[in-house]
Design a protein around this ligand. Structure first.
Ligand SMILES: NC(=O)c1ccc[n+]([C@@H]2O[C@H](COP(=O)([O-])OP(=O)(O)OC[C@H]3O[C@@H](n4cnc5c(N)ncnc54)[C@H](OP(=O)(O)O)[C@@H]3O)[C@@H](O)[C@H]2O)c1
Length: 234
């Protein structure tokens, strides 16, 4: 049986890179989105036939048409919204509104743009699914109960991830049973935007994501799914 077409954002490094390689090696046709021109050039000639790249900066609206042109009319069974950046400031005296804008623009509007670009392609697939890489730190329940009082996390990251969760809920309402939108906490991975308590390799998380997708038992939970573990309330 032919495997689904998959789109993964932010494949330059970290979890996105691992997901891109893993889904390709499992025989999916995978479109990896990255904004780094040099890395795109590097990758182009090394990829097998089922690995494709799309050069697009997801912080810009023009990425929508770039993605649409690259995908064309094909069905897309899985969209993984992984691209993201970390924030710095956790004190109101230090934070500039620009930092919040920047993180909102990728963690929330980046997802908005990819869904806008490929919604027609998703609707052509049998059981389309969108996985939004969120975070335990996007949980308002946990923030308000003080779970993270001992770690310093930027205002911008927490705000941007919480906003992404509301977008996930809005998309669920619009697309009801036609497309499933799932919010995922990938674990505390040892990547460039790792927290001090990071304890898992992105390669391990990528395998969990693949398994979760292939199990096909998607449930739109009332929160952020930490694979193999629990559901973290919004
Ligand atoms: N690491 C963790 O412990 C952790 C925990 C919870 C949630 N998450 C979430 O999991 C996802 C992956 O995290 P990670 O740790 O793998 O991060 P990472 O290593 O910093 O990688 C982030 C990727 O996103 C890309 N990206 C950023 N802005 C982009 C844009 N405007 N257009 C296209 N690509 C862009 C980056 O490309 P460039 O190289 O061009 O910047 C990079 O490839 C993120 O959404 C993150 O918030 C991570």
């Amino acid at each position: 049986m032919k495997k689904e077409n998959v789109i993964i954002t932010g494949i330059n490094r970290g979890l996105g890179k691992e997901l891109f390689q893993l889904f390709i090696s499992e025989g999916y046709t995978v479109y990896g989105i990255l904004r780094n021109t040099l890395e795109a050039e590097n990758l182009k000639d090394k990829l097998p036939k089922n690995g494709k790249i799309i050069l697009a900066d997801l912080s810009l609206d023009e990425s929508i048409t770039t993605i649409q042109k690259a995908i064309g009319e094909q069905p897309v069974g899985l969209l993984i919204n992984n691209a993201g950046i970390g924030g710095l400031s956790y004190l109101i005296e230090e934070i500039e509104s620009n930092e919040i804008n920047k993180l909102f623009n990728i963690h929330c509007l980046g997802v908005f743009r990819t869904v806008k670009a490929v919604k027609a392609n998703l609707l052509k697939a049998k059981e389309p699914i969108v996985l939004n890489l969120n975070s335990r730190l996007g949980s308002m329940t946990r923030q308000s109960s003080g779970t993270y009082n001992d770690i310093t996390v930027s205002y911008s990251y927490r705000i941007a991830k919480a906003a992404q969760n509301m977008l996930t809920l809005c998309l669920r309402k619009e697309f009801k049973e036609n497309i499933k939108f799932i919010s995922i906490h990938p674990g505390k991975m040892k990547t460039d935007i790792a927290q001090i308590d990071a304890d898992i390799e992105p390669k391990v998380t990528a395998k969990k994501v693949l398994k979760y997708f292939e199990n096909k038992t998607f449930k739109e939970e009332n929160g952020i799914i930490e694979l193999d573990k629990q559901v973290i309330e919004w």
